[in-house]
Design a protein around this ligand. Sequence first.
Ligand code: CP3
Length: 349
Amino acid sequence: MSDSISPPRPANDLFLRAARGETVERPPVWMMRQAGRYLPEYREVRAQVDFLTLCKTPELAAKVTIQPIDRLGVDAAILFADILLPLEAMGAELRFEKGDGPVFPSPIRHRDRIADLARPDVAGTLGYVFEALRTVRRELADRVPVLGFGGTPWTLASYLVEGGTSKQFTHLLGWSWEDPEGLKLLLDRLAEVSIDYLLGQIDAGAQGIQLFDSWGGLLDLERWRRISLPSILAIAEALGTRVPLIYYVQGGSHLLPGLAELPVQVLSVDWRTPLSEVRRIVGPKKVLQGNLDPAALLASPDEIERRTRALLADAAGGPHIANLGHGIFPNTPVEHARAFVDTVKGLRG
Ligand code: CP3
């Protein structure tokens, strides 16, 4: 931690330069879900407040956002928040229940229910997110850049339609076959609100935006193009090029030919496909982000180092931002997360 007597640290803009596709001295590194339960200092804060209260208290959200920067020396911060917060702002009741994850007690499963969802004034309903971002920017004082984020409309809909986390997504997929135009109305509404929300984050100081499509891979390429892509394009177009845009998809290796055409600078993929193979399909221009299997952080630090070196070598054919292929597991030892970060930074061995 810096204090008032130590000299100011030089700004670390490695992430921003890499995200623009510039040649950099080494790949930047950060981790999805880097602010979370694997950190004892996060668990200490969470012991005092529930998850939604933490998201809605800007000083606390800022504090846990900065914890992994201090602890691990990652090259970017990601705001502590959740992709589901805008759905609550639209009037959907949202609970986080211990062990069950998010729950929407009154799921939206028919076009007649879409009118129940408000188009909220995001400054009024989600102002706490913007305030947390401003606080993080002020407290980090350019030590590292700060990312904002949101879910894609398809992934947001997966929670809102199912009523929470799901294994088979029977309601969402059922709707997509029974009344595709009705589902489109929902995705369009979610895109409108996401645009207001993400522009609000950029105005509040977010220096990059990651769009999480955690369930994008449920659709085959043809249906992904037809059903999910239009709402992603609407968001990408509205955000423009003010800050780098990262699209993350889980379980979406079969979507790669479509992702090659996506108007985003950075593509982030899970661990199932090597980045050299992703590169072969999407071409030389895209910056690739990822993709160490988060489960590999449960191996020994020496094995993590070997795997990370192999990942860096495999990705070396084009611009790369080192990350995991999905969020870090809560049972990851902090020293193992550090082995990953330190290997990318050339601080091991
Ligand atoms: O990455 C970060 O450190 C920033 C914070 C962040 C959280 N959620 C905090 C969180 C981010 C970027 C998210 C994104 C998110 N939220 C996604 C997309 C990424 C992914 O995992 O696919 C999704 C699908 C959600 C919805 C969500 N929030 C679920 C399914 C859960 C329960 C599962 C779990 O991990 O417990 C959450 C809760 C949540 N969001 C936690 C955290 C730190 C755990 C809450 C706790 O402290 O108890």
